[in-house]
Design a protein around this ligand. Structure first.
Ligand code: G6P
Ligand code: 1S3
Length: 602
């Protein structure tokens, strides 16, 4: 690492959570700060509503007294009339952050668009506000880097690392103006790759023959694709996140990446293994509560012999492998019934779909279960008090009839609550009312396969089309807690440049299934020997038919179901102890190598 250089990391998701890049940037902060210290700063767009909870700006006095180059560049830009904020991102590592409001140059948008067109052949259609924000921010990011390198720090060198096309738009202009920054560009997925994979079931076979421009025009993403190409070609060092996206970069962007930067997490491990095992038990109990409310109205089953599996992520039915997961679950359901194996599987689909409300029946069940609990607790208190008195006063040693110790009021309330609750209607597979219930792929599969939570189904389904959060009245827990409470995460993606979801399981000691078409799965196969023994399973999807992959996944689920509790506990311990492999402390080295290369290249 160059001890004299500065590092500015630029991303649309700095203090602005949208998707996976937020996780990359945020989780990497502690390791990056450890290496670069106060020579590091992040740069992103300022959206007050998004930033308010996690950004603490420096006031005028602090800004004027700070003696660091980033503050110097902010002061200079302010003296030119720009609205630029410097502050701290309130996340672990507390890095310096510069946020710039893109809307301040909207009166100059026509010039910015015209420069992109005349200088780089990038056309911008009217009326696309996201493109306007991106281009306005790119223009301002360029001015910041220009100010920093030109007026504040010479002869100190600056590495400017841009993530994704949304910030990469600054790169061609920085090159044109010969700004002496060392430019790194990372694409986390190619735009065209994502669209093609979503629409072409043989995407990987056709990849080599794709003509990028007609395809980009076909999907109406020409501007963004041209920006992505300009950033890839204009950067001194071009990188991506996995070997899989390297292939896309070669065929869709026409540049071979200089490096692969695998994604990690900030892994926090407990000193003693039993601590995370206890957390599993604690959060599993919370999931039990949801399951009782949801299913026990119609029928009950043994919760101690129930396995919780889940998948989560953006709703890309085919790309995220929801189709394969459902097919394998249907086969598993049949196999468990045929083989008379004990126990239940409850499978959760956690994703995001437009909905009008939570299903009132599901909400009502939750409320009734709370009432059942209150009634039971009241009876327990009453019996407890009276039994204690009876025991102390008794001359016999026999246990009295406990039922006689409960007031009629509570007996009646107990009976009425249960009577009003129990029904013969099957527990719904979906917890919310979707706007487009009829055309939903998950629901249509479940209808076709008749997996509608019949009592005899041994794989029950809960489709929750909203992310899990502490404010959700159904789960009332954080996503990470939900993950801990589950037994297995299932993520056999078809298109996944990296894929954080299985890694997030591993970090919490929960076994996970991924695929060889996800960057993470591919990385695991190459770098983690005996990964299956460590509870990380990789479904082979490259060069396999859908049916073959579904069968392999079914076998994995089947083997998992057959494990006993002791085996599951041992497996969780092994998963948790392999999490260190994905700690940024170990993976940051890839970033530092890319920066060293960029510093060599001017
Ligand atoms: C953790 C707890 C144990 C509990 C077990 C259940 O290991 O420390 O007390 O018995 O979880 O594991 P299971 O895989 O059945 O949820
Ligand atoms: C992308 O986010 P996505 O879910 O749109 O970047 C992530 C971070 O590199 C990556 O994990 C994911 O596979 C990509 O698809």
């Amino acid at each position: 690492m160059a001890p004299d250089a500065l590092l500015v990391e630029v991303a649309w998701e700095v203090c602005n959570q949208v998707g996976g890049i937020y996780t990359v940037i945020r989780s990497k902060v502690p390791a990056t700060v450890q290496g670069w210290d106060d020579r590091y700063c992040l740069l992103g767009p300022y959206f007050p509503h998004q930033a308010q909870g996690e950004f603490e700006p420096f006031d005028e006095h602090q800004l004027s007294t700070l003696n660091d180059p980033f503050a110097g560049a902010v002061r200079k830009m302010r003296s030119y009339g720009y609205d630029v904020q410097l502050g701290v991102w309130l996340v672990t590592g507390r890095p310096r952050v510069v946020l710039i409001n893109p809307f301040q140059v909207y009166d100059r948008l026509n010039n910015i668009k015209s420069d992109l067109w005349h200088n780089h052949g990038i056309p911008t259609p009217e009326g696309d506000d996201l493109l306007h924000q991106v281009e306005a921010f790119g223009h301002l990011a360029k001015i910041f880097i220009q100010t920093l390198t030109g007026e504040v720090v010479p002869p100190q060198r600056v590495v400017a690392h841009f993530h994704e096309w949304m910030t990469g738009v600054a790169i061609p202009e920085l090159r044109r103006d010969q700004v002496p920054a060392h430019l790194v560009f990372t694409t986390h997925a190619t735009l065209l790759g994502r669209y093609l994979a979503m629409n072409d079931p043989n995407f990987y076979d056709h990849l080599m023959q794709v003509s990028w421009l007609p395809e980009a025009q076909h999907f109406n993403i020409e501007t963004a694709v041209r920006i992505e190409r300009a950033a890839a070609h204009g950067s001194h060092v071009f990188t991506t996140v996995s070997e899989l996206t390297v292939r896309e970069c070669i065929y869709l962007l026409d540049r071979i990446p200089d490096a692969v930067l695998p994604n990690g997490l900030n892994i926090e491990r407990f000193v003693a293994l039993h601590e995370f095992q206890n957390l599993h038990q604690q959060y599993k109990s919370k999931i039990h509560e949801f399951v009782m409310a949801h299913f026990f109205q119609t029928y009950s089953f043994d919760l101690d012999n129930t396995l919780y599996m889940f998948t989560s992520g953006r709703y890309e039915y085919h790309n995220k492998g929801f189709d394969l997961t459902l097919e394998a679950l249907a086969r598993l359901n049949y196999r468990i019934q045929q083989n008379n194996v004990d126990g239940q599987v409850v499978m959760f689909f956690i994703t995001k779909r437009p909905f009008s409300s939570i299903n009132p029946g599901v909400l009502q069940n939750r409320a009734v279960l709370d009432e059942v609990r209150e009634t039971c607790e009241a009876i327990e208190r009453q019996v407890g008090e009276r039994l204690f008195y009876a025991a102390a006063a008794s001359s016999e040693h026999r246990l009295p009839d406990l039922s006689s110790m409960v007031d009629d009021y509570w007996k009646l309330r107990y009976r009425r609550t249960l009577q009003s609750w129990k029904t013969h209607i099957l527990p719904p597979v979906i917890t919310h009312n979707l706007y487009d219930d009829q055309n939903d792929d998950i629901l249509n599969f479940l209808r076709r396969a008749n997996m509608v939570n019949n009592q005899h189904d041994r794989v029950k389904i809960v489709y929750h089309p909203d992310f899990v959060s502490p404010s959700s009245p159904l789960f009332g827990m954080e996503y990470g807690q939900f993950v801990r409470g589950c037994h297995l995460g299932i993520f056999p993606s078809y298109y996944e440049p990296w894929g954080y979801t299985p890694l997030e399981c591993v970090a919490r000691g929960v076994p996970a299934i991924t695929s060889d078409l996800s960057g993470f799965g591919d990385y695991v196969m190459q770098t983690v020997p005996e990964h299956e023994d460590k509870g990380i399973f990789v479904v082979q999807r490259q060069e396999k038919s859908f049916d073959e992959a579904a069968e392999e996944l079914t076998n994995m689920l089947w083997d998992f179901v057959l494990q006993n509790r002791r085996e599951r506990i041992t497996q969780r311990n092994k998963v948790e102890s392999s999490a260190d492999l994905f700690d940024w402390k170990n993976l940051r080295v890839h970033y530092d190598r890319a920066y060293a290369l960029a510093l060599e290249r001017i």
